[in-house]
Write a protein that binds this ligand. Structure first.
Ligand SMILES: NC(=O)C1=CN([C@@H]2O[C@H](COP(=O)(O)OP(=O)(O)OC[C@H]3O[C@@H](n4cnc5c(N)ncnc54)[C@H](OP(=O)(O)O)[C@@H]3O)[C@@H](O)[C@H]2O)C=CC1
Ligand SMILES: Nc1nc2c(c(=O)[nH]1)N=C([C@H](O)[C@@H](O)CO)CN2
Length: 240
């Protein structure tokens, strides 16, 4: 009887918040993970102790993405999946020149998944039908736009669209889906007024926390049939 070990899932931006929670959830189910991180975090120690491979990588320039893909390929012959979680939430009023805001948003939400999906395709394919997954973390604002985060929303919309293109290209070996969250968790600097207003935007009126996204990702990983779709995890925001 052959006993094949599960192949790892690559999580970008996995050293904090949603990516970190996902990495620990998968590790607790004996699913190996490779965590891509840019900045050092104390949480990396816990991830390594739990068995994660943590690979430093900065996707701010194309060469960093190519270099990172080479190091992933040197680490493992196959991947069970890629979760494109790495992101920055830059607003137009951040003081950054607008062309730089757009460039930063396109780099992390469009170039990074576009290049990694192609550079790592040989690691995803060859594992049978529905043998691997790509999951793009997008945003509810893809549907609605955002007056304060115009470049962010546009770049996430491009990522949402790429979900369907890569699903077409890689079927039936690789399923490709997106998860579009609305507010999942606040940032530490968010004040009370902001929190009240943000909570009031959904029907459910809570910030549900990382586990909601972990649950959606586990649903997709367990499916053999769902591909090319965007799962909304938004507390009913379009109905408000
Ligand atoms: N939190 C929420 O309520 C919502 C989240 N989402 C989406 O869910 C996902 C996870 O959200 P959240 O946990 O809040 O994300 P965070 O913004 O907290 O973390 C994102 C991670 O991506 C990394 N990253 C950003 N730019 C780069 C880069 N150029 N190269 C390498 N790594 C980079 C960051 O690294 P570093 O630490 O070095 O900056 C960071 O660790 C994101 O895609 C987000 O857009 C969508 C809607 C709501
Ligand atoms: N990369 C990130 N994207 C987003 C964040 C974040 O902190 N990092 N936060 C949000 C907000 O929670 C928003 O949905 C409600 O205020 C959106 N995207």
């Amino acid at each position: 009887m052959t006993n094949t070990a599960p192949q790892p899932i690559l999580i970008t931006g996995g050293a904090r918040r949603i990516g970190l929670a996902l990495a620990h959830a998968l590790l607790s189910r004996h699913q190996p993970v490779i965590v891509a991180y840019r900045s050092e975090y104390p949480a990396l120690e816990g991830l390594r102790a739990a068995g994660a491979h943590c690979l430093q990588g900065d996707f701010s320039a194309h060469e960093g993405i190519y270099d990172f893909a080479r190091r992933v390929a040197a680490l493992t012959p196959k991947l069970r999946g890629i979760v494109h979680n790495a992101s920055a939430w830059l607003a137009e009023n951040s003081g950054t020149p607008p062309e730089q805001t757009l460039q930063t948003m396109l780099q992390i939400h469009v170039y990074t998944p576009y290049l990694l999906n192609q550079l790592l395709e040989p690691l995803l394919c060859g594992q049978g039908e529905a043998g691997a997954d790509i999951i793009h973390l997008t945003d509810y604002v893809v549907e609605k736009g955002s007056d304060k985060h115009i470049a962010y929303a546009a770049s996430k919309a491009a990522l949402d669209n790429m979900t369907r293109s890569f699903a077409r290209k890689l079927a039936p070996e690789v399923k490709v889906n997106a998860i579009a969250p609305a507010l999942i968790m606040f940032n530490p600097g968010d004040d009370e007024q902001y929190r009240r207003q943000a909570l009031d935007k959904s029907l459910m009126k809570i910030a549900p926390g990382e586990q909601e996204i972990v649950n959606a990702i586990e649903f997709l990983l367990n499916s053999r049939f769902v591909t090319g779709r965007t799962i909304a995890v938004d507390g009913g925001r379009p109905l408000r």
